[in-house]
Design a protein around this ligand. Structure first.
Ligand code: HEC
Ligand code: HEC
Length: 419
């Protein structure tokens, strides 16, 4: 499909310009359609076709999906979720609506995306698990999945489920030893310029370390290129040579929105590191997106990544996280002479006592929190002796790591709640 290009550090794009243009020309209308897909679905819902039976007709698949929503999904949501998700807090009111079709429409168009038609099983609605609300029972989850899968089929039939906003599958270069940039530890650069017509492009960069069954990405960041970039909801997918693609089971970047001006510093994505479970290291990878565009000069949203804002819980940081970070990590990550460590996580000033300096340190570490699953935050994966990564420092025993984690986690959970 569309030419996502991958190039080794320092080498050029692998695909000819002509081939790129060809794919681009063939897929332009589909790209536009894909960006508008949720708008289109919302419009169908708005006209109340099911209720009054007038106007346009629904396909059999669309009708089936709506019936499944009313008969299977809605009862589950009403029983277990609607008490908190149908109104009082607009940031999570994805079940708001005066009738079932309004609720369906709200749920499917909710931002951040909680129903993912490209990867139904990864939808946040299914993977959220226990939080202030309950986790889903297995039968409830299967009823919801049945509905989402039917919506996916319906969308594919009408073309609204078009998934052309994605890179071509590529084979990631694996880091087996050393630090990023070494011949044994290449930096992957995924060029996404071909996803937008006539665009200078942006690059997603990362280092990929093979674990036994899984893939661990570090230094995961985006470079805006000469025109900047706007993107929403990257979804990493592992693509075996035979068999079904495996989307990120957590859909962990479901609420990521990135808006970068030309010349902005590369920004880490979702904390800059992530362990993708069941991404067999030999598989190819593809990255899907909800939206890809040039930098958007919009009022209210300047450059930046949502979710990557500053630290809100400085008191908890100072009381719980500062000292363990200073003692166990400062020798490298606050060391002017260790550019590699500071490039990965800069805690220069962690031994300071003034709030202004510590606020900066806290902001830095906060960008490494994975808010979707805090256990997967880079600073918990890197030094954990149970994780087979080649980070230069591992706690000598599991107990030492657990103590470090328990302390830092007090602050992490406070940031998560304050998000
Ligand atoms: C007692 C209240 C309550 C109930 C019941 C509840 N939730 Fe939530 N839910 C919340 C709150 C508060 C948040 C926002 C904070 C957070 O993300 O944990 C939230 C956030 C979410 C999110 C947002 C996505 C994300 O990860 O930030 C999803 C999805 C979700 N809930 C799914 C569900 C599902 C599915 C059910 C029913 C099985 C449910 N919730 C029941 C309170 C509730
Ligand atoms: C002996 C020096 C050293 C110590 C001590 C150290 N680190 Fe690192 N760390 C590094 C270097 C060097 C890198 C950069 C390697 C790279 O770019 O992949 C790094 C990278 C990282 C990363 C980026 C992701 C990754 O896995 O590469 C995180 C997160 C991290 N360190 C967290 C920590 C935490 C938390 C501690 C303290 C518990 C710590 N480090 C202690 C040297 C150290």
């Amino acid at each position: 499909m569309l030419g996502g290009l991958i190039a080794n550090k320092g080498t050029g794009a692998l695909k000819s310009r002509k081939a790129m243009l060809d794919t681009l020309m063939r897929h332009l209308p589909m790209v536009r359609l894909s960006v508008g897909a949720f708008v289109a679905l919302a419009l169908v819902g708005c006209s109340g076709l099911i209720d009054d039976g007038g106007g346009e007709t629904l396909t059999a698949e669309e009708q089936a999906a709506r019936t499944l929503f009313s008969q299977k999904a809605k009862p589950v949501l009403d029983t277990s979720c609607a008490s908190c998700h149908s109104g009082s807090d607009p940031t999570v009111a994805f079940l708001q609506g005066a009738n079932p079709m309004e609720v369906r429409e709200k749920l499917m168009s909710f931002d951040p995306q909680v129903v993912n038609l490209e990867a139904p099983t990864s939808s946040r609605l299914l993977t959220k698990g226990a939080h202030s609300g309950p986790s889903l029972l297995a039968t409830q989850a299967s009823d919801l999945l049945e509905w989402i899968s039917a919506e996916r089929d319906a969308a594919n039939v009408t073309g609204n489920g078009d998934t052309s906003l994605k890179t071509e599958p590529f084979t990631p270069l694996l880091c087996t030893a050393g630090v990023p940039g070494d011949p044994t530890c290449p930096i992957n650069l995924v060029d996404i310029s071909s996803l937008v017509e006539g665009w200078a492009g942006a690059k997603i960069k990362f280092v990929a370390q093979p674990l036994s069954q899984d893939l661990y990405l570090t230094n995961l960041a985006i470079e805006g290129g000469t025109e900047g970039v706007y993107l929403e909801h990257p979804l990493f997918v592992s693509v075996p040579l035979d068999g079904q693609p495996i989307p990120d089971t957590l859909d962990r970047y479901f609420d990521v929105k990135i808006n970068m001006k030309a010349g902005d510093e590369p920004q880490p994505i979702g904390g800059g590191s992530a362990a993708f479970i069941n991404f067999t290291p030999g598989n190819r990878l593809a990255i899907h997106f909800k939206v890809v565009d040039r930098y958007r000069d919009e009022g209210g949203m300047g450059g930046g990544i949502t979710g990557a804002t500053g630290c809100k819980k400085l008191a908890e940081f100072k009381a719980n996280a500062k000292t363990p970070l200073q003692n166990s990590c400062g020798s490298c990550h606050a060391n002017a002479g260790n550019a590699n460590a500071r490039g990965a996580m800069d805690i220069t000033g962690v031994n300071a006592t003034d709030d202004a300096t510590l606020q900066n340190v806290c902001n830095q570490v906060r960008t490494r929190i994975n808010f979707t699953d805090t256990n997967q935050s880079g600073f918990f994966i890197a030094p954990n002796p149970a994780q087979g990564t080649n980070h230069p420092f591992k706690f000598p025993a599991q107990g030492n790591f657990d103590t470090f984690k328990a302390a830092v986690d007090v602050w992490v959970q406070a940031e998560k709640t304050a998000q």
